[in-house]
Design a protein. Structure first.
Length: 189
């Protein structure tokens, strides 16, 4: 797999309204854990659409991994021009920092938002460009990632297309492992 798209819930869908939320650490750790073996297998590009939440946290993970794996590249393919236009200033600044570090940035539709179809086109375009999809997703809690998953499942019908899930159970296990390791290290001192 040379190219993977990463997506998942928007921050507000996860009940995260602050960049200091402790859950972000575990989400980023889960993404890193899943991505490392893919890099070893030849992953070169990660594609996101620049959506707030899982996608921008994934970008942060990629930037960290680039220090160790300089060949890894990040593409941000936004659904439309100026997607951050109505965001709060702090969020716009954070988004701009991510955009500035990306290896490739473009908009799929070369115009500002005017139609929900632009979001559907974004999903279809990115899934067509990628060899796989990594998705933070809970089947019990449908939300924005459902649309990506539907397009990925259609592609799987006629193509070899891998979908890698990060589930709430995966995150719970990470939290438990971290707590156990912390407990163990405190016991050693």
């Amino acid at each position: 797999m040379k190219t993977i798209a990463i997506s998942g819930y928007k921050a507000h869908e996860l009940g995260i309204f602050d960049q200091k939320h402790k859950g972000i650490y575990y989400i980023k750790k889960a993404i890193e854990t899943r991505i490392r073996p893919l890099i070893d297998e030849g992953l070169e590009w990660v594609i996101i659409s620049g959506q707030l939440g899982v996608e921008l946290w994934a970008a942060e993970v990629i930037f960290q991994l680039k220090q160790e794996f300089p060949q890894l590249q990040l593409a941000i393919l936004t659904p439309f021009l100026n997607q951050e236009e109505r965001w709060q200033d702090a969020t716009k600044t954070y988004y701009q920092e991510i955009i500035n570090q990306a290896d490739f940035v473009d908009s799929i539709t070369k115009r500002p938002y005017d139609n929900p179809l632009q979001l559907k086109q974004k999903n279809e375009f990115i899934i067509a460009k990628a060899d796989g999809l990594m998705l933070l997703y809970d089947e019990e809690k449908p939300g924005s990632p459902t649309y990506y998953l539907e397009v990925a499942k259609k592609r799987q019908m006629h193509d070899e297309f891998q979908v890698i899930f990060i589930t709430p159970t995966d995150l719970d296990l990470l939290v438990q492992e971290e707590q156990y390791n912390q407990f163990e290290s405190e016991g050693d001192s």
